[in-house]
Ligand binder design. Structure first.
Ligand code: UT7
Length: 321
């Protein structure tokens, strides 16, 4: 049996940190409102020299170093983003070229905030069927480029960044490590609750993000609790077996509500929304990298990744470190 084992992780953030207080100078909002409703205190905003591909490349390099694997050994790059550098080619190919590992498979996945879960599920399937041996799975975004800075209901919520992991196909039992179960879903009926009002085939413009936050919130808590239980059931495990939840970082209240629904203590949830805000596809691997580097997530731990976003799309993945 082949399993996809997580060998290392890395992340990258733009140089510029923007506090709530700084935002409140140009947007009709306050630090109090943002902290109370979302838990967000800070976000990072890319400048013109920082792009989704450059952040992704920096995160990928850090993940390769952590894994002790050379770029030339990577034969698959799956990059999740809703903010590609160009409409085409895929940002994954730009990263591949920057890393100098040309010749393998490289493509982007579009599932917005659930993108990293979709990318992980795709890469895991490809490794387990023998199509590739070592993969970079990346979530990278410059969501600040999609903001309507006049719309306070959305522009305070998002940030930019990238996270990456190295996955390796391992045959036999590598002490039980690797991806155990992945569950993914989509429901296209909810497009109008969270979308971008532009695109190459419609307006010919990039467009701006539009969200009916309260309704998205409601769906998020229900869908996440349900998909987490599905993944646990598939693995034959229970919530009590989970050492760490690494969730999509949209809102601290969603993280609390989901943990409560599962009966999980808040201390088992890796929270970075206060510092990174919502970085869409980048948020799960960014949070994972924080948990790895500060020593909380250790070898042998059972980690639950989960996310929900535009589409709607949502998913969960259980992995043993
Ligand atoms: O990553 C993809 C998934 N996305 C999510 O999961 C986001 C889910 N939704 C949320 O996180 C929350 O719904 C929000 C943070 C977006 C909003 O929080 P809320 O508690 O649902 O607030 P609300 O939309 O019901 O707005 C409450 C009030 C409104 O004023 P009125 O109509 O009650 O007078 C808003 O106009 O807060 C007002 N408001 C603001 N006030 C100050 C909205 N945005 C702001 C703001 N600053 N930035």
């Amino acid at each position: 049996m082949i399993r996809s084992v997580i060998r290392g992780s890395g992340s990258a953030l733009p140089a510029r940190a923007v506090s709530n207080a700084e935002l409140a100078k140009t947007v009709d909002t306050s630090d109090d409102w943002i902290v109370e409703r979302t838990g967000i205190r800070n976000r990072y905003i890319a400048d013109d020299s920082e792009t989704t591909a450059s952040l992704a490349t920096d995160a990928a390099r850090a993940a390769l170093v952590a894994a002790g694997i050379e770029a030339s050994d990577i034969d698959l790059i799956v990059l999740a983003t809703a903010t590609p550098d160009q409409t085409f080619p895929a940002t994954a190919t730009i990263v591949q070229n920057a890393l100098g590992c040309n010749g393998g498979i490289a493509f982007d996945v579009a599932a917005v905030c659930s993108g990293f879960l979709y990318a992980l599920g795709t890469a895991d399937s490809m490794l387990r069927t023998g199509m590739a041996k070592r993969a970079l799975v990346i979530g990278a975004e410059t969501f600040s480029r999609l903001m309507d800075w006049e719309d306070r209901t959305t522009c305070v919520l998002f940030g930019d960044g990238a996270g990456a992991i190295v996955l390796e196909a391992v045959e036999g039992d590598d002490a039980g490590a690797g991806i155990i179960a992945t569950k993914l879903h989509a429901d296209g009926a909810h497009n109008e609750l969270l979308y971008v009002d532009g695109g190459p085939s419609t307006t010919g413009t990039v467009g701006k993000l539009r969200m009916r936050g309260r309704e998205v919130f409601r769906h998020a808590v229900v869908n996440l609790a349900s998909v987490l239980n599905e993944a646990l059931e598939e693995a034959g495990l229970t919530a009590a077996d989970i050492d760490w939840v690494v969730p999509h970082q949209a809102n601290a209240r969603i993280l609390d509500a989901t943990a409560r629904k599962l009966g999980l203590p808040a201390e088992k949830v890796i929270v970075t929304v206060d510092q990174h805000a919502n970085t869409s596809a980048a948020s799960v691997p960014l949070a994972f990298d924080v948990g790895i580097r500060d020593g909380r997530i250790k070898p042998g731990d059972l980690v639950m990744f989960e996310a929900m976003g535009g589409g709607f799309t949502w998913g969960a993945c259980l992995a043993r470190m």
